[in-house]
Design a protein around this ligand. Structure first.
Ligand code: FES
Length: 118
């Protein structure tokens, strides 16, 4: 196996149901990761271009499911399976899907969640 151009870290952390901040797994991240892996394989990108890994909590739970894109150094958030073709098309062009890229504000936990104890 060769070093890939990109490594995607899909947070699959799960918290108990009812936790105010929720978790990526509760928002479908495990299925999302499986679908992503399958699509990379289908497109022939898995062994050379992009590896889809799982991750523990990336501390942006409120905008999950979250995917950290390295070494590009940005996060995708609120990702659904329907977004994956567009994300992979963008990688092929060395572009990113701007509407899914987290803004600096997205990294800040909303006050109402903090009050509820996260
Ligand atoms: S549970 Fe996924 S970022 Fe925290």
């Amino acid at each position: 196996m060769s070093k890939r151009k990109r490594y995607l870290f899909v947070c699959v952390n799960r918290r108990p149901d009812g936790t105010p901040k929720g978790s990526c797994a509760a928002r479908g991240a495990e299925d999302l990761h499986a679908e992503l892996k399958g699509m990379l394989k289908e497109r022939g990108l898995a062994n050379t271009e992009v590896r889809a890994c799982t991750s523990s909590c990336l501390d942006t739970c409120w905008v999950g499911p979250v995917i950290a894109v390295e070494p590009d150094d940005y996060f995708y958030g609120r990702v659904t399976k329907a977004d994956l073709p567009e994300i992979l098309d963008a990688f092929a062009k060395d572009e990113r899907v701007e509407r899914l890229v987290l803004s600096p504000e997205d990294y800040v936990e909303p006050k109402e969640l903090k009050k509820q104890g996260g």
